[in-house]
Design a protein around this ligand. Structure first.
Ligand code: HOZ
Length: 435
């Protein structure tokens, strides 16, 4: 069979660049760090996406995490159609937002109150404002390589697209804002303690991705999250878990349930919207009741609690089951060990960091436990690997510093196809001279 032409994607990308900066609405999608042109997607179902040129790929991006049930599951599409037929937005209270709130609380009991917003970015900036108001302090500790959306206080040594593009601290973040952001090393409690000691009475909060997902996947070492909880208690700061990625993915109760560490505030996104734009923040009642209209901390949104998004989120969370996590864990382990074996046979350095259904293979010889390790990975090797996999019909994150995501729709067959593609891609990489 003749390979399909890539004309339409190429044409659309050229046209997109005439109107959208870089041709995209989120930087990592432009393929800048892996080379080539992004396929434009026409449709998706299950674990597969199909581009406008008719090429089908097994998808390991899954919209960067929200699609734990796969693309376009029939139950979700039905609920969305029924909900849309009743109206797409009211800017007024609905039953759906109450139902979703109660379900979130049932799954994550630390959220005794929850506020829905439209993205993870909104959730984190709102949670930080609340923490500052509640503690009457201004500073925040974050970790190098953790990404909490694109709010100014968090675009300091940030992971995800900021690292991919080589601008971990973005121009445009005012120095005054950056001064209030203190940066520690992930998995290094002594770096956190030093900051608390030096700035003791001025730190409002510490924010962390309990399993880092935006420097690639990097899990917490034993005692790290517990240590953060004690340090926050000792120094009177609030502990904020950014569970935008880990929430409902690591377990129905997120990383906080999995590791048994209770944050004061939690930020959510991705799965909570079932593939529609939703974020949320929530936590201790005494804190959340400082949010307007109960308290003075202002935050609002025209589309917050949007009925379509609430219905999608409710469907997604209602369909989480123990069997789903067993399936995801099994596939995650199979994919991780398959990739490691492919690299071993091709004699390439590879470390696969995997947590359930999210993983990142780093092209590096030694373990990756923090941002400095992650950024020493061979990004040229990742780029070659990415291009080889894409040619073989496997759609991966176009950056070394992102997670791969599995879903209910992935099967052993999909995973084995990806492993086969990895074997042949890595063999070919081995034959090519280093760039
Ligand atoms: N920041 C997102 C990944 N961690 C990328 C979102 C996107 O490009 O869609």
């Amino acid at each position: 069979m003749a390979p399909p032409s890539k004309k339409l994607s190429a044409h659309l990308f050229a046209k997109a660049k005439q109107i959208l900066p870089g041709g995209v609405n989120s930087p990592v999608r432009a393929f800048s760090s892996v080379g080539g042109r992004p396929p434009f997607i026409r449709r998706a179902r299950g674990a597969r996406i199909v581009d406008v040129d008719g090429r089908s790929y097994i998808d390991f991006v899954m919209s960067w995490g929200p699609l734990i049930h796969g693309h376009a599951p029939a139950g979700l599409i039905k609920i969305l159609a029924e909900t849309a037929a009743r109206g797409t937005s009211f800017g007024a209270p609905t039953a759906q937002e109450v139902e979703l709130g109660l379900l979130v609380q049932q799954l994550m009991p630390s959220l005794s109150r929850v506020r829905f917003v439209n993205s993870g970015t909104e959730a984190t900036i709102s949670a930080l404002r609340l923490a500052r108001a509640a503690t009457k302090r201004n500073r925040v500790i974050k970790f190098a390589g953790c990404y909490h959306g694109h709010g100014d206080p968090f675009l300091v040594q940030a992971g995800s697209g900021a690292t991919t593009l080589g601008v971990p601290t973005s121009p445009g973040v005012s120095p005054a804002v950056a001064t209030d952001t203190l940066v520690a090393r992930y998995n290094d409690l002594s770096s956190v303690e030093r900051l608390f000691r030096a700035h003791r009475a001025s730190i409002a909060a510490l924010i962390v991705e309990p399993v880092a997902g935006n420097m690639g996947v990097v899990g917490p070492i034993l005692g790290f999250l517990e240590g953060l909880r004690s340090l926050c208690d000792q120094y009177g700061a609030l502990l904020i878990f950014d569970e935008v990625i880990s929430g409902f993915r690591l377990s129905p109760g997120g990383a906080q349930k999995h590791f048994g560490v209770k944050p004061d505030l939690t930020c959510l996104g991705k799965i909570i919207g079932g593939g529609l734009p939703v974020g949320a923040y929530g936590g201790r009642r005494d804190l959340m009741e400082q949010v307007a209209p109960v308290g003075p901390v202002y935050q609002a949104g025209t589309l917050s609690g949007n009925p379509l998004a609430m219905a999608a989120g409710h469907w997604a969370l209602s369909n989480l089951s123990p069997d789903l996590y067993t399936h995801l864990d099994k596939l995650g382990r199979r994919l991780a060990s398959g990739l490691a074996e492919a690299a071993r046979q091709a004699n390439l350095n590879l470390q696969v960091n995997a947590f359930g259904s999210v993983l990142t293979p780093f092209f590096i010889a030694r373990p990756v436990r923090n941002y400095s390790d992650a950024t020493q990975a061979d990004t040229n090797a990742y780029a070659k690997f990415f291009r080889g996999m894409l040619t073989r019909g496997i759609y991966l994150p176009p950056s070394q510093f992102e997670g791969w995501f599995l879903s209910a729709a992935h099967t052993t067959r999909h995973v084995d196809q990806a492993i086969d593609a990895a074997h042949s891609t890595m063999r070919a990489m081995r034959r090519q001279p280093r760039q």
